[in-house]
Write a protein that binds this ligand. Sequence first.
Ligand SMILES: [Fe+2]
Ligand SMILES: [Fe+2]
Length: 156
Amino acid sequence: MIKAEEAGRPASPVAFGALESEHASLRSLAEGLERRLASLARAGRSVDGAAETESRAALSVFRRQLVDHFAHEEEGGLLDLAAATAPRLADRIEGLRAQHDELRARVDALVDEAAADAWERLAERFAALRGDLLEHERVENEMMQSAYLEDLGGRG
Ligand SMILES: [Fe+2]
Ligand SMILES: [Fe+2]
């Protein structure tokens, strides 16, 4: 947790770079996984066992990466830095934290559904999760950028 007195340390371009590269990696994993799940959902009863196993594994990888990414944002203090740099963003930042909890719970539920081979429902729910995650990350990128610009302005 970063304290308010450390607010002089700006949310640097390096921190943004790391955040954006994690976002890009998650986006690409999620895109591939959505394609896999859609194809399993279409296969119906003639679904291939190997494809099911691969999809379960891909979902686990995605879940791990998502959980780690949220932890970096929470524990690495990026959200705290943004809050300290631009206090007017505090409410939005709280909203983003709450979304982490919600998205984590949803991806856990999807892992359970994959274990039960509920591919059609899973494909639908994963697509919805991906849409919400993209929106979450978009708001985050925008907010971090805005906190950074505000910090530059404050120092200039
Ligand atoms: Fe986030
Ligand atoms: Fe993020």
